[in-house]
Write a protein that binds this ligand. Structure first.
Ligand code: MG
Length: 259
């Protein structure tokens, strides 16, 4: 028994298609007495909408068990004036932040989504506005810096390219608020009241999930679904403690090592 941080995208579903056996696995983990926290870098849905979507996959969870990057951003940027280049759906979760068009204390970049229209937020015009604010002294933050993510249509370009672009242009370094940042894992463990060595991170991203969690002292399990690529695992400098076919195999795997 212990804490388990479960990634969502690529672990419980891909583009809204549930991973087979995910709901049953989550129930079995709860029955075995594990404390769960769902940790996602999702930047396209509010927490409430995302929790609703996960429940539609047959996975039982309370809204409060879900940790999203916009909530981490709201916490980190509370009371600040923020120029936010993010997906419109997450604005609800940015409570306590004053969203402004100029005179910002901070520039916040979010992730991309699967829609062409909504990704227009990363236009030359908006990036130039962000650049001007950064030149005027605003600090640079991002929800995550992912290169790409897995969709049902294949790999799609994520917003990390825009974060890296602004870093290049301004010679600043962005503060990452989502995985793999230490702050994100610390918040998840605080909520569970577990220490890192008592907790597993389960994810499909060998860099953001496995590398990030491992650096924070967690034990890690990589699933062969979603973003998983054999080459990425071979090339990874930080290897997971376990590799399983999918979340469906997780309860048995944990039982076996507990014996
Ligand atoms: Mg994932």
């Amino acid at each position: 028994m212990g804490g388990i941080l479960l990634d969502v995208d690529g672990v419980l579903h891909v583009s809204g298609h549930p991973i087979l056996g995910g709901g049953r696995a989550v129930s079995r983990l709860r029955e075995a007495g594990h404390m769960l926290r769902f940790v996602t870098n999702n930047t396209t849905h509010s927490r409430r909408a995302l929790a609703e979507e996960i429940r539609s996959f047959g996975v039982e969870l309370e809204d409060e068990e879900l940790q999203t990057t916009p909530l981490a951003a709201a916490h980190a940027l509370k009371g600040k004036r923020v120029l936010a280049l993010t997906m419109p759906a997450i604005v609800d979760d940015l409570e306590g932040i004053e969203l402004v068009g100029e005179g910002a204390d901070a520039v916040l970049l979010g992730g991309a989504d699967e829609g062409y229209e909504t990704n227009q937020v990363f236009s030359y015009y908006n990036l130039a506005r962000a650049f001007a604010e950064l030149q005027d002294g605003a600090e640079l933050y991002c929800l995550h810096k992912n290169r790409w993510w897995q969709t049902s249509r294949g790999a799609m370009l994520d917003a990390g390219v825009y974060v890296a672009g602004l870093e290049y242009a301004t010679e600043m370094e962005a503060t990452v608020l989502g995985k793999p940042s230490a702050a994100y894992f610390a918040a998840a463990l605080d909520a569970l009241e577990y220490d890192p060595e008592q907790t597993w991170m389960v994810g499909d991203d060998v860099e953001a999930d496995i590398g990030g969690a491992s650096a924070f002292g967690l034990r890690t399990i990589l699933v062969r679904t979603g973003k998983f690529r054999e080459e990425a695992l071979d090339e990874a400098t930080v290897k997971p403690d376990g590799v399983i076919d999918s979340i469906a195999a997780l309860p048995d795997w944990l039982e076996a090592i507990d014996r």
